[in-house]
Design a protein around this ligand. Structure first.
Ligand SMILES: NC(=O)c1ccc[n+]([C@@H]2O[C@H](COP(=O)([O-])OP(=O)(O)OC[C@H]3O[C@@H](n4cnc5c(N)ncnc54)[C@H](OP(=O)(O)O)[C@@H]3O)[C@@H](O)[C@H]2O)c1
Length: 287
């Protein structure tokens, strides 16, 4: 069984499916996306992470949310066990001809996008709605007030913040109170700069969701950072990706991972990371 943890009121899996690779640039097509989500759910995954902005730059908007909706409605398993998180505040654009991610954290935009997200997901209320990324042109408080309005109006059940510092988490805590259940920040062996927020969320009782937990796939990365994980993987007879995810999950019982996948094989492997038992010595070596 896939490892379960409590994310706010949700009893869900500590390993969720990061939907982004299924619908942004270089995805492998709609049916592959449906098959990948179905494979994850069939294997016991009960959390899916998507976003308003998970579509190809210049293409149809919200295809990530629409894919999740179609996959869930054509799945024959227990839909009510699955929590779905989405995010608002980003949109896709082109900069110098390259697909990019822009932000728009104006309250009126967030309110509009939140309602569009609920519609695309086909739900009355979104399980978990994150503010995707701070907009430097908008005071953080104003963006978070809009997220609170969406929860108060019943568009979302619970809220989260993403790409947030401790100061911003505190603003969100003040405005959202117990509506705030999660912080989603980048965290992996190649990106440990958010360790302070991982520690802080544990202290204040929030879930910490690691994005790009395997170091991401869109940019070239320093592969040598993963060598110690490869060594431990060899001893356990599993993939080094399972060791990376298990190491992250061992950082605290409030930690969640949402590995991305383009195909069933990779998410099926990742879902087994909760079974890996790392020794105290291995954890000390991995840092
Ligand atoms: N909040 C934010 O601002 C933000 C930003 C970025 C991402 N995210 C979220 O985080 C999720 C994950 O991030 P990500 O997709 O960028 O990167 P990632 O999870 O670090 O890496 C995904 C890559 O790892 C590979 N992979 C996954 N599990 C594997 C396994 N067990 N064995 C071998 N390879 C494996 C996948 O391979 P295949 O391609 O071969 O399947 C994919 O190429 C996204 O899907 C999205 O939901 C959030």
């Amino acid at each position: 069984m896939v490892l379960h943890r409590n994310l706010g009121p949700y009893d869900t899996t500590a390993i969720g499916l990061g939907e982004m690779p299924l619908t942004i640039e270089d995805n492998l097509g709609w049916q592959q996306g449906i098959d990948t989500i179905h494979a994850a759910l069939d294997a016991g995954c009960r959390h899916i992470d998507t976003a308003w902005a998970y579509y190809c730059s210049g293409g149809e908007e919200q295809t990530g949310e629409k894919l999740v909706r179609e996959a869930l409605s054509s799945w024959h398993g227990p839909r009510d066990e699955v929590s779905v998180a989405t995010k608002v505040g980003h949109y896709r654009n082109f900069t110098d001809g390259t697909p990019t991610w822009d932000v728009d954290g104006r309250p009126e935009n967030l309110i509009l996008r939140g309602k569009q997200s609920a519609k695309a997901l086909g739900v009355e209320a979104i399980d978990l709605l994150y503010f995707h990324r701070p907009d430097p042109a908008v005071p953080y408080e104003e963006s978070i007030e809009a997220i609170r309005q969406l929860v108060d109006e019943g568009v979302a059940k619970y809220a989260g913040v993403s790409n947030a510092s401790i100061g911003q988490i505190d603003i969100a805590r003040r405005i959202l109170g117990d509506r705030l259940i999660a912080v989603q920040n980048q965290y992996s062996p190649i990106y440990r700069q958010t360790q302070d927020t991982l520690d802080y969320t544990g202290k204040v009782g929030l879930g910490f969701v690691c994005w790009s937990p395997l170091g991401g796939y869109r940019r070239k990365k320093d592969e040598t950072v993963f060598d110690p994980f490869r060594a431990v993987a060899k001893a356990h007879g599993v993939s080094y990706q399972q060791i990376v995810l298990a190491w992250e999950l061992a950082k605290g019982s409030h930690v969640f991972v949402i590995p991305g996948a383009h195909r069933p094989r990779t998410i099926l492997d990742s879902l087994r990371s909760g079974e890996v038992r790392l020794t105290a010595q291995e954890l000390a070596e991995l840092g």
